[in-house]
Each structure stands twice: as C-alpha cells, then as structure tokens.
Ligand binder design. Structure first.
Ligand code: SF4
Length: 694
C-alpha cells in the first residue's frame, strides 16, 4: 500500500554475499519496512535478515558525533557502555577529530601504522582505504576480513585457475544435474541462495552435502556425508581416486585445458576409499557412489564455505575441489563451475578493490614494479613498498612486538572476530593511537583514541559486488544520524590531513579512477550501474549485462591452462587429548550476522535469538548431566566461556558448535590462531575443547 511510505529507494542488503536487491520503504525519515526486488541474484526473494534486520540503522546507540578519548578515561579495555560512553570519550568537532586522528597516525608514520578496512563498505570506500595506507604510509600493511573468510579459497583459485572469483553464479545450479555443497550452511548463512539449491533438489537434481555438522540442506540431499572434522582432503582425494581408478575423468578436457595431471593421478593412487574410510568416517561404498555420481553428471557445480577454508589446510581443501572440477571438465559450461560462497555483502568487492596486503586492485601483485608504477602514476605521488604487507593476525602480532603502534580500523571488529581474541584485545590496548570508524561503539571501538561516526548501508551511495561477481548500486534512503558522515567522505578528509591532496567529490569520481587500473570493470560505468542496478563482471560490451560463466575456453594462466595441485593430509593444529577431548567448531546462525554489532541491535532478530548458545548432541548432554537450556563451560588452551547449551542431533557426539556473534560468551576467546601457510587464514573450524556442566 503506497500510503505506508513516503518514499521507496532501491539498494542492496547489507548482510551476506548473496547481494539481494531490496526496496527500502521510508516514512517520516525512517525505514519502515523492506521488500525484495527483482535483482539478478534474488529475483524478489529475501531472508529474515534482509527483511527484518534493518532497524539497527535507527538504534539509539548509533554514533552521531566524533568522539575523542578523555584524558581521565579508565585504562583501555572492553569496558565502555555504548549507551553511556561519556565516562571514556568526549564529543569533538569533525575538524578536531580528523586533525587528531591524522596527527596521531602521521607522528607514528611508515610501517608503524597499519589498516583494517571493511567488507561492509562500498567498493569505492575499500579502494580509498587501501590507497590511503599505501600512498600515505608507503607499505602494504592493509587487510580486511577476507583473511578470516575465504583467503585460502582465493589462494587456491589464484594458484590453479588464475582468478579468485567464482567461475559461475550460484543461480547456474538451475542448469546443473549434480551439485556438491561442502563446508557450508546456506540455509542459515546464504538463505536466498539456498532457495535455488532446494528448487534444484526438488526438480530431481542430485545434491551431495558434505559437512561434519548435519546442516539443514541434508533434508534435500541425495547423499549426506557427515565426515570427521578436518578430514576433507582424505575424503576428497578418495573420491578422486575412484574417478581415476574407474577412468571416469574427462581426458579430452584435461588435455585441452589443464597441466600437471600425471602428478595428480600418481598422487591419488595412495588414497583408496577403503584406506580413507577410517580417516574421514565415510564408508568406502558411499565414497565410490559419490565419485560415480559426480563424474557421471552432465553439468555439476561445487559450492563451498568456511568449513572448507577456515583450516590450517584450507588451501589444500580448496585445491582438491578445484582438481575434482577440472578432472571431470566441470568448469566453463552452463550448470558447471566452482563457487566459494562469499560471506560479507562486499567481501568480493573489497578484495577486488585491493584491500589485501599482497595485491593491488584486480589482484595485481604489489611485488610487480610495472603494476606499482601504473598505480602511482594514476595516484600522482610516491612509490610504496614492493613487499607483501602483513595480514590481520600478523598485524596483531606486530603490535605486541612493538613494531606497529598506530592503526586505522574501518568497520571491522577484531576485538570479536580475531582468533584467540584476548591476544587481539591486548594488542588493541597497547596501541599508541587507534582510529576507529564505525556506526556503533563496537568492541573494537572500546579501545579507540578517536571514533569517527560513519554511515550504514541505507545512508550512502556506492557500489558493492556479491558472490556472483555482480557489481550493484547501493543508494541512500535516509540521511546519516546527527553528524555521522559517509565513509568515503571521512577517508578523503583524513587523507587530506595526511597531505595526500585528494579532491574527490563523490563515489562516482572514485569509481572512475578505479576503472583506470581494473580491467574487471571494463564496460561497467557508474551511469550503467545507476540505470541497470547490476552488471556482472566480466562484461564484454557496453550492452552486455555480464558473463555468469567464465573460462569456457581456457584460464587466465600460462598457456591458458588450469593446474592440478596435489594435496596431502595434514592434521588439524590443535588435536583433542585427555584434557581437551572434544572438537569445537564455530560459525554463524540464521538470525545473527558475524560479530552481532548490527543484528543484535535489530529488534526482530534479537527477539528471536537473544541469548548466546552452543549446540551439543543429546547423548553428550546426557553424559554431562546437562538439560537443554542449562549452561555449560567450554574451555580450550586459550580460555573459557560459559554458555547456554542446546540439543542438536545434527552435531556429532564429540563436537560443539558455537556461533561467534555473542560478546558475553565470545567464541574467539577459545579459537586457535594457527593459520594456513598460503591463505594465512586461522583454523576457526577446529579446536580441542573440554565441555563441563557450568
Ligand atoms: Fe540479505 Fe543474504 Fe538474506 Fe539476501 S540472503 S536477504 S543478501 S542476508
């Protein structure tokens, strides 16, 4: 009913990487409700977060003025009440706050400063952030939450396929007859994408679900492989062993488009299903059946999530999935492809925009002199280091070592999201100068010297890129509260005070500059995005809406060939023992998003899921003498939390599933900071844990 609202504005959902297009209905200056519209990824659909998770925008905790830490503030710690921050901070003008922020960073200077940008900001804001660190401080110590998400997937894809993005949109499952979903839980984490998975299964598609937890998709699965945590490589190599043994591979495709096949074949000889069944816990006959089903597909897709990537062998896990697709020729055709389901709404775009320590925009190496020269020419000043920068967890270590003393953190929340989070919180407390730019006093902002009040998605203009490589236009529906400003404006004002001479007048200027050194944006203009709302990259002409499938005729690698990289079994870092006999795995749940800063302030979502909880098998609860709803104590080598226990038959008896959105029982107090050597991603999915009645 049009009387329900004064204005409606089309934008993009701020939560997951599906990138649903939304219509924001505004009345009396506030968003009243949200509807799905016909975007390429969602075709009008929304999940509970997109539909009901918006009123955090109008929450009384929103930052409305710049804040500077008081001289008489208590010692830095997780001790600020977001509703009563006056004990720690005082209000300041924008000029005072920006001068103070810039001076503190400048006084430290060079490699003493590092930056965390945000996968929740726009592409233009991500681009400006990495530019500010590189141009302003001369190095590449800039990263964002891709490090905690799909860094290992990207490492494997770059290595073996030559591109870090998906080879096919998730909607291509409509053209598949077989699909693997491994280490992902799309019904909760990518719910609109999951609707396509369900439709696929309902029309007879074979859905092979592989996960140590019995995730919701199992109800639609032709095969459910609930394998032992951390044994992905043994299971996937066994499946590929069968494909080799029974000669089910696509010889023609392998010869035309790949390299290193003989080495892969030889390597797989040691991984018979019979030998691997006791390792991964899946019967040899099931492994053989899955191999035959996948290899027999006319068109097959492979989807994966952080169950694959967040391991010290995350890159090896992804290498196996790539090899499986290559040996069966399941890339580059309708209904075929590799698709890591991206987490945050703009983690694809922020990575594309160069918000990572080893790559400039479009994954161009910082170690390449010509590439760096091309950027400094466009930027108009100074060179920056040809050395890869430090990653998220390395930056925290460098703070502890006294090498980094200043940080600029935009929209990230390492005081909740880092593994072994007390280590990260202690690092934040040690910093001489911490600039935080956010919409709330997040846990990380507790440690800030200056807080710059930023904008929520519905208050800003800018493009974001979803898991499907679809670049989409976000638009403002309401103004930022009080004196809060769009993030790009804050970055520009800070850069001016760092002496960088930036003179952008808006995100369109930034986008135009990005296009100068980003071939992925060829044929995609600001005007097109304003008119069409979404264009998929690569777009082959000004009229082309973009290519949903890539690599039909070779790969962006030497000789156009993708590579098989064999993977061996590596045990998880923190294996259970007598003191810590069970396995802890962390993740998200439907109603809450990541560190909970937005969804726990969204009234409907918080009402549905208000309390920190973990899930245990009924037999485990019985052994502990704990009833569902009572509390348990979880202890790892890093720390201990108490939390309400739920009964869940889908969790194996020796496992605990723990969401990471709750500060009062922060999962990352427990998690292991050991990282994958290639993607440098922490092993969030496996820690040895002791569970006791609280
Ligand atoms: Fe938003 Fe993702 Fe839900 Fe779509 S599926 S409405 S993008 S959270």
């Amino acid at each position: 009913d049009s009387a329900d609202f004064d204005e409606e504005v089309n934008s993009i959902c701020p939560f997951c990487g599906v990138g649903c297009q939304v219509s924001l209905k505004v009345k009396d200056g506030k968003i009243k409700y949200v509807e799905g519209i016909n975007g390429p990824a969602n075709e009008g659909r929304l999940c509970v977060k997109g539909r009901f998770g918006f009123d955090y925008i109008h929450h009384p905790h929103r930052l409305t003025k710049p804040l500077i830490r008081r001289d008489d503030a208590p010692a830095k710690g997780l001790n600020v009440d977001p509703g009563n921050w006056q004990t720690h901070f005082r209000e300041a003008s924008w000029d005072e706050a920006l001068d103070f922020a810039a001076k503190g960073l400048k006084d430290i200077g060079g490699t003493g400063v590092a930056g965390f940008g945000s996968a929740k900001c726009t592409n233009e804001e991500a681009y400006l952030f990495q530019k500010l660190i590189r141009q302003g401080f001369g190095h590449n110590n800039v990263d964002h939450c891709t490090r905690l998400c799909h860094a290992s997937s990207v490492a494997a894809l770059m290595e073996n396929v030559g591109s870090g993005a998906v080879t096919a949109t998730f909607n291509e499952i409509e053209n598949a007859d077989v699909a693997i979903a491994i280490g992902c839980n799309p019904i909760e984490n990518h719910p609109v994408a999951a609707t396509y998975f369900k439709q696929f299964a309902k029309r007879g598609g074979k859905l092979i679900v592989m996960d140590p937890r019995g995730v919701g998709l199992r109800r639609f699965a032709s095969h459910m492989l609930q394998f032992r945590p951390g044994t992905d490589v043994s299971m996937l190599n066994a499946i590929m062993h069968v494909i080799v043994e029974e000669e089910l591979y696509d010889q023609q495709y392998i010869e035309a488009y790949t390299e290193n096949w003989e080495a892969e074949k030889e390597h797989l000889a040691d991984f018979s299903p019979e030998a691997m069944a006791p390792v991964c816990g899946i019967d040899a006959e099931v492994l053989r059946d899955v191999a035959r089903t996948f290899a027999g597909a006319k068109a097959a897709m492979i989807f994966w999530g952080m169950g694959v990537s967040q391991h010290i062998h995350g890159t090896d896990n992804a290498r196996c999935l790539i090899s499986l697709a290559l040996m069966t020729g399941q890339v580059g055709r309708p209904g075929a492809g590799l698709h890591p389901l991206r987490g945050q709404n703009n983690v694809q775009g922020a990575s594309d925009a160069g918000l990572i320590p080893m790559f400039l925009p479009d994954y161009q190496s910082v170690m390449n002199d010509e590439v760096r020269a091309a950027f400094t020419e466009v930027w108009g000043s100074g060179d920056f280091s040809n050395q890869k920068g430090l990653t998220v967890t390395e930056i925290m270590d460098a703070v502890h070592a006294g090498k980094i003393r200043g940080m600029y953190i935009l929209g990230e929340n390492p005081a909740m999201s880092d593994p072994d989070v007390e280590h990260a919180r202690d690092a934040l407390a040690k910093l001489d100068h911490l600039v935080v730019q956010d919409i709330f006093i997040t846990e990380t902002a507790n440690y800030a010297d200056v807080i710059l009040p930023a904008s929520a998605f519905a208050e800003k203009t800018g493009t974001v890129t979803n898991t499907n490589r679809q670049v989409q236009m976000g638009r403002p529906a309401v103004p930022p509260p009080g004196e809060a400003r769009e993030d790009w404006w804050i970055e520009v004002e800070l850069a001016k005070r760092l002496g960088l001479g930036w003179d952008y007048t808006g995100p369109a200027d930034v986008f135009a500059e990005m296009k100068q050194n980003m071939r992925s944006l060829n044929n995609i203009t600001w005007e097109r995005l304003e008119n069409e709302n979404a264009v998929t990259y690569p777009s082959l002409s000004p009229e082309d809406p973009g290519q949903p499938i890539v690599f039909a005729d070779g790969f962006p690698r030497p000789d156009g060939r993708a590579r098989f990289t064999p993977a061996s079994i590596i045990a998880p870092d923190d294996v259970p023992d007598a003191d810590f006999p069970m396995i802890l795995t962390t993740g998200r749940q439907l109603e809450h998003w990541h560190t909970g800063s937005m969804t726990r302030r969204a009234s409907v979502l918080d009402a549905v899921e208000p309390e920190a909880n973990c899930s245990l098998h009924p037999s485990t609860l019985r052994k502990l003498g704990v009833a569902p709803g009572e509390h348990v104590r979880l202890t790892t080598k890093r720390g201990s939390i108490e939390i309400m226990a739920r009964e869940d038959r889908a969790v194996a008896p020796d496992m605990v599933f723990l969401p990471f959105a709750y500060v009062e029982a922060a999962a990352n107090i427990l998690t292991n900071p050991a990282v994958d050597p290639y993607g440098k991603i922490p092993e969030f999915k496996f820690s040895a844990v002791r569970v006791e009645a609280a």
